[in-house]
Design a protein around this ligand. Structure first.
Ligand code: BDP
Length: 701
């Protein structure tokens, strides 16, 4: 097995679990492409699980799986009125699975208000059937609806098919062959996403190109939209601010220029003629060299609203990113005192300035997808503006597809973060769900490519899976999700499941420990971000340099974000700010994010800061070794191909964890002048050796 089937493997069910598993499918009401997709998935799955193709019937018999919208519930259904009542609470995308009697025959009913709900319900039922809880097909009862209306993937895919921060081959979108040649993989992509409830996808990189809005690419996007539509997935595009200017169709890109606004309106009309359910635009503006409204002395709201008005007549939206820095001029003038405060500072004053169909998309943390960051202080601070949570599924800063790091605990940590805004419990998840302001959405930077395994490694598939599940319901527990994924991906056998889930649950913390312990961050190799480079001090902007982030010297280490430093803590609610302002009440995991402390600072563990740092590096390496050993024990339970691929990656992860630990300790020892704590192993090589490792093309350590 090469992993292509993802978690949709539908392995034969053990005989003991086959009772009441349907061998027939009944779809009620007028047929539609979405119902067709649900029926096809059930057929495929039941064939896999029972070894026999199920019959498509027009009359229920014993155990038939019946799909019906609320409006199509048949008269002979014993529980019809109860089902109708329940459906009232489940909205457009929710579903219900119940055992019921139809004309006297005991059946499994999947009911929903829309066809998309039927599709989601079918997938949910199939998932449940494969879980080790082994409830028995006649005892499955489900009711669920998504907590957010907008659950999207962001592909950072370029028009030449390269993928920014992609570690899984080329883009799955074969732009060259589209629109007339349709890769069957697009359908499998849609199935995988629909199985989780992802309902939107931004096809191209936030660092966009003008060409994506030319007629040829609109036609290509439309062809993809046609494949995804039956699966409830809308297509969106990332757009480049200066597109009309670059196409030489306007003289400026100033958002307040009527000619510019008219151009975007016409462009939107053109897109909607080809893609009637087009979702809208995603925009990265005035960030990392991208053009934007600030080039014309306009603000982010001016820019976003102009685009929003172009798509509003078609019910489209604009997702405007808040990932911004101080301007290059401020940076040169030394005014960029703390990159972490920029998003909040630039956007909070704009709350209530955005049109209704603008959503502001905010990364989970204020810097940049680091292995650990405190939650972004913008969540909850802009109640009049719907916010989209942006997570990075692709592991740009967590070892690419080489390192095993299950991101579930990390996403959960951010979503559960209690902002204490208003002096009461208000989690980040609450804020995007609209418990205090407007309902927002969730976006994940995809880790999907054309590699057979889709995600570059088998375990990276779990991050796609987990993202989709958490996008549906932010209250799901990451351990439960890991279990679901592993049961479907490998086997429900507890001898595999328990150790694999434990390994997954510890994996992200292992990466944090050997890369960026105690709140350190952004110490990765320049531009590619793989491997350690805490010594780098020569990048174009001060706030791109690792030394800017860790600030290590003879006297101590860390970034002072208290009132004595950048005062970034003040962006949080008073209660949280107070906690982060004092090193004693700051969780050790975030200590050096908020504080600059002497090396001999005494930690709660009794160790000095220096000793603690070294202990964490060592712990991270030990965890990498433990994962490697644990996986070896899984050999009897996993097919040879996926076993070997994972084993090789874990071995390499262990090597690279040691590299991280050794290079970091060698460097911090050098800047601090401190001896290694007693009993600690010396780095294998000299600091000079680690500094000399350069790999513009591919690592070789
Ligand atoms: C950074 C990535 C860069 C992205 C940028 C972004 O290194 O490739 O373009 O984020 O999110 O982390 O725009």
């Amino acid at each position: 097995e090469d992993g292509y089937q993802l978690w949709l493997r539908y392995q034969p069910l053990p005989a003991a679990q086959r009772a009441h598993v349907p061998d027939s499918i009944l779809v009620l009401g007028a047929d539609s492409p979405t119902k067709g997709a649900a029926r096809a998935e059930l057929q495929r799955a039941l064939l896999g699980m029972l070894g026999k193709a199920p019959g498509i019937v027009d009359k229920a018999r014993l155990d038939t799986i019946v799909l019906a919208r609320g409006a199509d519930l048949p008269a002979g259904l014993d529980t019809a009125s109860a089902v109708r009542d329940e459906l009232k609470k489940l909205g457009d995308e929710g579903y219900l699975v119940r055992r019921a009697k139809l004309n006297g025959a005991a059946v499994t009913l999947v009911a929903a208000n829309t066809d998309a709900g039927l599709l989601y319900g079918s997938f949910a039922w199939l998932r449940e059937l494969q879980l080790p809880s082994g409830k028995g097909a006649d005892r499955i009862a489900l009711a669920s609806s998504p907590t957010l209306p907008l659950r999207v993937l962001n592909h950072w895919d370029n028009l030449d098919r390269s993928v920014e921060r992609g570690y899984a081959g080329e883009s799955i979108w074969n732009w060259w062959e589209l629109p007339n040649i349709i890769d069957p993989r697009y359908t499998d992509y849609a199935r995988a996403n629909a199985s989780l409830g992802i309902n939107g996808t931004v096809l191209n990189n936030v660092n966009s190109k003008a060409e994506v809005l030319g007629a040829p690419f609109i036609a290509k996007a439309a062809a993809i939209a046609d494949v995804l539509r039956p699966y409830g997935i809308r297509v969106y595009l990332s757009v480049r601010w200066s597109t009309p200017l670059e196409m030489k169709q306007t003289k400026t890109a100033d958002p307040l220029d009527p000619e510019v606004a008219a151009w975007w309106k016409n462009k939107a009309d053109e897109i909607y003629r080809t893609i009637p359910d087009f979702g809208g635009f995603l925009v990265k503006a005035n960030s990392e060299g991208q053009p934007g409204p600030q080039d014309y002395r306009r603000n982010h709201a001016d820019g976003a609203n102009m685009l929003a008005r172009a798509v509003a007549p078609h019910k489209g939206i604009v997702m405007w990113r808040a990932f911004v820095y101080a301007s290059p001029e401020e940076s040169k003038a030394g005014k960029a005192h703390d990159r972490a405060v920029e998003g909040y500072d630039q956007f909070i004053p704009l709350d209530c300035k955005f049109d209704d169909n603008v959503l502001v998309q905010v990364k989970n943390g204020a810097i940049d997808f680091q292995p650990r960051e405190p939650a972004h202080p913008m969540f909850g601070a802009m109640p009049k503006t719907p916010l989209i949570m942006e997570f990075q599924i692709t592991k740009e800063y967590l070892g690419f597809a080489t390192h095993l790091a299950y991101l579930g605990p990390m996403f959960q940590e951010t979503l559960e973060f209690d902002t204490r805004i208003g002096g009461r419990k208000l989690t980040v998840a609450d804020t995007i769900q609209g418990k205090q302001g407007r309902v927002g959405g969730i976006a994940g930077v995809a880790n999907i490519g054309s590699s057979r395994s889709w995600s570059g490694s088998i375990f990276d598939q779990s991050n796609w899976y987990m993202y989709g599940r958490m996008a549906w319901d932010q209250g799901l527990d990451s351990r439960v999700i890991a279990r679901e994924w592993a049961a479907q991906t490998f086997s429900p056998d507890a001898r595999l499941l328990d150790p694999v889930v434990n390994m997954m649950m510890r994996s992200r913390e292992a990466v944090v420990d050997y890369m960026t312990p105690l709140g350190l961050n952004h110490v990765m190799g320049s531009s590619h971000h793989h491997g350690p480079a805490p010594w780098v001090d020569n990048l174009e902007r001060a706030d791109w340099n690792p030394i800017y982030y860790h600030r290590a010297g003879r006297d101590g280490i860390g970034f002072d974000r208290t009132a004595k430093g950048s005062n970034a803590v003040a962006q949080y609610s008073p209660e949280v700010a107070r906690r982060f302002a004092d090193p004693k009440t700051t969780p050790p995991e975030l200590l050096l994010w908020f504080h600059r402390l002497p090396w001999d600072y005494r930690m709660a563990s009794g160790r000095t800061l220096w000793e603690e740092l070294v202990t964490r590096y060592d712990h991270g390496v030990a965890e990498a070794a433990a994962m490697q050993a644990e996986w070896q024990r899984m050999k009897p339970f996993v097919d040879a191909q996926r076993f070997a691929d994972t084993a090789q990656r874990l071995a390499q992860q262990h090597v690279e964890a040691q590299w991280w630990r050794d290079a970091s300790i060698a460097y911090f020892q050098d800047v601090s002048g401190l001896p290694l704590p007693a009993g600690v192993r010396k780095p294998a090589q000299s600091l000079e050796h680690y500094k000399s490792i350069r790999f513009p093309y591919a690592p070789g350590i």
